[in-house]
Design a protein around this ligand. Structure first.
Ligand code: HEM
Length: 186
């Protein structure tokens, strides 16, 4: 190749690099909607459980679905045998464990769906579902338990007017399914 051709390619390369870099600097970042956004996102609304406080709409929907699901699980004989610690606390009007579980599950799902304003501070999915690392987990979960959990989650969502025809619920269900091997440890 001629020296002039090599020189021209070099110059064009430099111009392209400079243009690409400067364009990037001026780019307006267009946020890509997350699954959390399709569940309500960061819009603040009144928190029905704490008068005078507000809560992100996405978090409120997730928390409502989680709380409904915990109640459904509590009555589900296919699953409730694993939740004996929680159930005996609730039976004696001690809601501390329920509140902690509701918060941790809500944080977990919020973060997993893309929420930026919360963080999950609970155990890893493996530790949370290993009775030797979590004394609140009565016995290991099997695949049947996991299927029952998914059914109860869908029922919890339906109690909050979110049905399986909602693409966001389908995406959450897919996300939940990716955790099966961490929860089912038999
Ligand atoms: C993908 C599905 C699941 C997710 C995302 C999930 C998530 C969680 C989270 C975040 C916690 C709280 C951990 C902590 O406080 O450090 C927890 C606790 C627990 N999970 Fe799961 N879980 C799932 C499925 C299951 C299944 C199928 C069972 C069935 C046996 C189960 C039984 C429990 C029990 C018994 C606890 C302790 C509850 C308590 O604190 O009293 N989980 N789970």
């Amino acid at each position: 190749m001629k020296k002039t051709a090599v020189f021209t390619i070099l110059i064009l390369g430099i111009i392209f690099t400079i243009t690409a870099t400067s364009c990037k600097k001026n780019e307006v970042a267009i946020p890509i909607p997350t699954l959390y956004d399709s569940l309500g996102g960061t819009t603040l609304v009144a928190d029905p459980k704490a008068s005078g406080s507000s809560i992100e709409k996405g978090r409120l929907l997730i928390r409502s679905i989680i709380d409904s699901t915990i109640f459904i699980i509590a009555a589900d004989t296919a699953l409730n045998g694993h939740f004996t610690v929680l159930l005996s606390e609730v039976g004696s009007n001690n809601l501390t464990g329920f509140m902690a579980l509701s918060k941790n599950l809500t944080d977990f799902v919020a973060v997993a769906t893309g929420a930026k304003d919360y963080s999950y501070g609970g155990k890893s999915m493996t530790a949370a579902h290993n009775p030797s690392q979590n004394s609140r987990m009565n016995g290991k979960a099997d695949n049947g338990d996991f299927n029952a959990f998914e059914t109860d989650l869908v029922a919890g969502a339906a109690k909050n007017a979110v049905t399986t025809s909602n693409p966001a619920l389908v995406s959450v269900a897919k996300l939940v399914e990716t955790l099966r091997t961490q929860v089912v440890q038999n």
